[in-house]
Ligand binder design. Structure first.
Ligand code: MRU
Length: 339
């Protein structure tokens, strides 16, 4: 059984340290917003919904610890730039704080803690719904390809893209899963393979450059990935390499689905060009888990995310069903209906 990604215990946040998986199972304890922001920045916790949940707890801690709440919110919001779930959770907690800050301190802290727990529990429920709708795109027996880790480890539990595979298995379907290793941080090789094999799935890791050849040689029924931010027109940012995968899928006639909660949509971004992309240290590329794989002074370009244009997306699987073309119109409709 997979250990929980995020736990709230004795009024402390404990995070499964994803930098060490699958070789070591260790938890990092956060007792302040500052410690939580550091854990997000250093990728102890990663994956768009998971960092949103962690930030919510970070602000429950900020409220309990006293000090400048708005500064704590700013610090958390500055921890990673692309996943909009982080900003969504920070705004939700900030609004609640300002609506309750004049109440007796005990009561205000209780409200803040309860809201973070609610965001945590809601995420699991939402992922189950994503799984329910998403599994319908998979055949009774078949194969699918995923990228990075959009699983229980990237969320409060169950996962988005991997939640679709879980729901398919629960519906009695037999799906062989291929996982891209996902250079440079290897979330596919280290996390997705660990998560899926721990839960008894048939999972095979391929190098990122193998994906197109795989599609040409094996019947792949669908590519399903997560997302970090989806613009109003349907363009979707996700882990670097997702865009190439979508191009390969289109060339080979393989349906390409994005699985994400509505909190991943950012209607303030008209298109993918407006999505802020995180650029990370070149050392992530020059080294593979601490081992040098090129000369130290090699120039590298290391965007952590890319944007898949909506024209390559077959559908976006959400907790309110699968959004299909015309994406801009249907995204707007789905979000309005959800309010
Ligand atoms: O850099 P990471 O590991 O946080 O990137 C994670 C991804 O790109 C996931 O696919 C995305 O956040 C969706 S997680 C359900």
């Amino acid at each position: 059984m997979l250990p929980e990604t995020i736990k709230w215990e004795d009024k402390k946040l404990t995070l499964l340290d994803q930098r060490l998986l699958p070789f070591e199972l260790r938890r990092v304890v956060c007792e302040s917003a500052e410690e939580t922001a550091r854990a997000i920045k250093e990728m102890v916790v990663r994956g768009a919904p998971a960092i949103g949940v962690a930030a919510a707890y970070g602000l429950a801690l900020a409220a309990a610890n006293g000090g400048d709440f708005d500064e704590a919110a700013k610090l958390l919001a500055a921890s990673r730039p692309t996943a909009v779930n982080l900003f969504w959770a920070v705004e939700r907690m900030k609004d609640l704080y300002h609506a309750n800050k004049d109440k007796p301190n005990d009561e205000m802290c209780r409200v803040m803690e309860a809201e973070a727990v609610k965001i945590h529990n809601e995420d699991i429920e939402i992922n189950r719904k994503i799984g329910f709708y998403g599994q319908s795109v998979l055949p009774r027996t078949g194969a699918a390809l995923t990228h990075c880790n959009a699983g229980a480890l990237a969320t409060a539990g169950y996962g988005t893209a991997l939640g679709v595979f879980r729901a398919a298995a629960e519906a009695g379907k037999e799906i062989k899963i291929f996982a891209d290793e996902t250079r440079p941080r290897l979330q596919g090789a280290l996390l997705t393979s660990f998560e899926l094999s721990s839960d008894g799935f048939d999972v095979t890791v391929i190098t990122d450059s193998t994906a197109a050849f795989l599609m040409s040689r094996r019947k792949i029924d669908a590519v399903i990935t997560g997302a970090d931010r989806i613009a109003a027109n349907g363009d979707a940012a996700n882990k670097i390499g997702t865009y190439s995968l979508a191009i390969a899928a289109r060339f080979h006639g393989v349906p390409f689905y994005v699985a994400a909660p509505l909190s991943t949509f950012d209607l303030k971004c008209a298109s993918g060009a407006d999505i802020p992309i995180e650029y990370r240290d070149g050392r992530e590329v020059r080294e593979l888990r601490g081992v040098k794989v090129m000369p130290e002074d090699t120039d590298v370009w290391n965007p952590s995310f890319d944007v898949t244009p909506r024209s390559l997306i077959t559908g976006i699987i959400t907790e309110r069903g699968i959004i299909r073309a015309p994406l801009a119109e249907n995204i707007k409709k789905t979000i309005e209906e959800d309010r």
